[in-house]
Design a protein around this ligand. Structure first.
Ligand code: GSH
Length: 207
């Protein structure tokens, strides 16, 4: 049976899973869970995703929720080991990968998720964006990019010189950083030239 991804196209965590399925070339069906209609809070849905969030997947009888766990599962199952995920025997590669994945979750997703909530998703719930709060999240996100710049001055991608899932995990916020005009469009004039250089091959995957 084809992989089923239960989620919503506008949800960053669903976009993350879709991007990785596309990268691995795995056929899938997107089953739309309309969270603007609270479909993710029904008892039936909660039996699959106990936090009432999207996405979760069902693949040959295996159910997984948490977007990054899903991506790891897909990479393990569909040929991503040795490319998007280091082989288990590669101790240093695994450590570098987990380091990069942790940076994405704690130093990128944390402020960007709050910024996205303020500027994009509040309106789905009939709430108004608070631009002062958004500014604080943006400042925090920018300060984290200084750390990215230091890491990316040493390696081409976050976990080394090859692209991994840790890089792809950043994809859902591409349109937000573009819309917010974060200063990493042109490597030659950016405050973070290595981040600017880094983002190009990753974001090219969205075209
Ligand atoms: N850590 C979870 C987060 C999932 C999550 O927060 N999903 C959001 C959409 S990106 C959601 O369902 N929000 C609606 C809600 O929490 O009610 C993951 O990575 O899958």
């Amino acid at each position: 049976m084809v992989l089923k991804i239960y989620g919503h196209l506008v949800a960053p965590c669903t976009q993350r899973v879709l991007a990785v399925a596309e990268e691995l070339g795995v056929p899938y069906e997107l089953v739309v869970v309309d969270y603007t209609k609270n479909e993710h809070k029904t008892l039936e849905y909660l039996a699959h995703q106990p936090f009432g969030q999207v996405p979760y997947i069902e693949d040959d009888g295996v159910e997984v929720f948490e977007s990054r766990a899903i991506c790891r599962f897909l990479a393990l199952k569909y040929g991503g080991v040795g490319t998007l995920l280091p082989a288990q025997s590669d101790l240093e590669g695994t450590a570098r990968f987990e380091q990069a994945a942790s940076v994405e979750l704690n130093d990128f997703e944390a402020p960007m998720g709050l910024l996205a909530w303020e500027l994009r998703y509040k309106e789905y719930y009939g709430l108004k964006a608070d631009l002062e709060v958004a500014k604080e999240h943006r400042t925090k996100a920018e300060s984290r990019l200084d750390g990215y710049e230091a890491m990316l001055s040493k390696t081409r991608f976050l976990a080394g010189d090859e692209l991994t899932l840790a890089d792809l995990f950043h994809l859902p916020y591409e349109s937000l950083v573009t819309e917010q005009e974060f200063d990493f469009v042109k490597p030659e004039s950016s405050r973070w030239p290595n981040v600017a250089r880094y983002k190009l091959p990753i974001y090219a995957r969205l075209q």
